[in-house]
Write a protein that binds this ligand. Structure first.
Ligand code: B16
Ligand code: MG
Length: 224
């Protein structure tokens, strides 16, 4: 029976809730250019890269043809500046309940920990959350060919940690993230509703409910 060697955590929606800030920053930006979208549509942006998110918002509002690529890059940069201002004050209090205990328990069991987020702001957020010391590796999306749902982010984490994909667990709150974990050949832990986490090997309703014993039990059955 194979032993679990590493866990690759997504960031937004799994360790902390930065999606609210992404939502507010995008809303502020697009309101300035005369368009709007609601919280329900924002669900489609979870786990999706910055430029792809902007593209989706423009398509949703029927404005995809109104901006050149250069203008889009400038506007997305502006959104990011507003987002960075919003997340400046992030502290360990912004971690979901139970995260530190979970990371400590993984450390005690010599299970490696990586962050597989599509966010270019991930290193700064991890620092603000005060969990740098638990993390063995943060995937650098600038070095990754394709974002989620492609497996690249998760495969890069397993390669750098020198473990096989089947020796890794991925934890995600986004549909594209679960797809990416499964495409990488890893065991997928989903955080969210059953319909959204379709394809996950085990599902928890919220990040606060993540239970390592239950995860390991299901993982071991999956490896058999
Ligand atoms: P940035 P995750 C994702 O984080 C967010 O869910 C998504 O809404 C955002 O567009 C993406 O990061 C990129 O973030 O603009 O900071 O590079 O869920 O992959 O941790
Ligand atoms: Mg996420």
């Amino acid at each position: 029976m194979g032993k679990l060697k590493a866990v690759v955590f997504d960031l937004d929606g799994v360790l902390t809730e930065t999606s609210e800030y992404h939502y507010f920053a995008w809303k502020k930006l697009v309101n300035e250019i005369g368009i709007d979208f609601d919280r329900e549509f924002n669900e489609n942006l979870k786990g999706v890269s910055r430029m792809e998110s902007f593209e989706r918002i423009l398509i949703h509002c029927g404005k995809q043809k109104e901006y050149t690529q250069e203008e889009k890059i400038k506007l997305a940069h502006k959104k990011n500046e507003m987002y960075k201002e919003m997340i400046k004050g992030i502290t360990p209090n912004d971690l979901f309940k139970g995260v530190v205990e979970l990371l400590e328990e993984l450390g005690r069991r010599n299970i490696k920990i990586a962050i597989g987020s599509v966010s270019r702001n991930a290193p700064g957020i991890i620092k603000g959350l005060g969990i740098e010391k638990y993390i063995d590796y943060i995937v650098d999306v600038d070095k990754i060919k394709q974002g989620k749902p492609a497996p690249d982010i998760f495969l890069n984490a397993s390669e750098v940690l020198m473990v096989k994909p089947e020796e890794c667990i991925g934890v995600e709150d986004a549909e594209v993230g679960i797809e990416a974990i499964k495409a990488a050949g890893m065991f997928a832990v989903g955080v969210g509703t059953e319909d959204k986490m379709y394809g996950a090997d085990i599902i928890f309703a919220s990040p606060e409910g993540l239970n390592l014993d239950r995860i390991l039990e299901a993982y071991e059955l999956w490896r058999k």
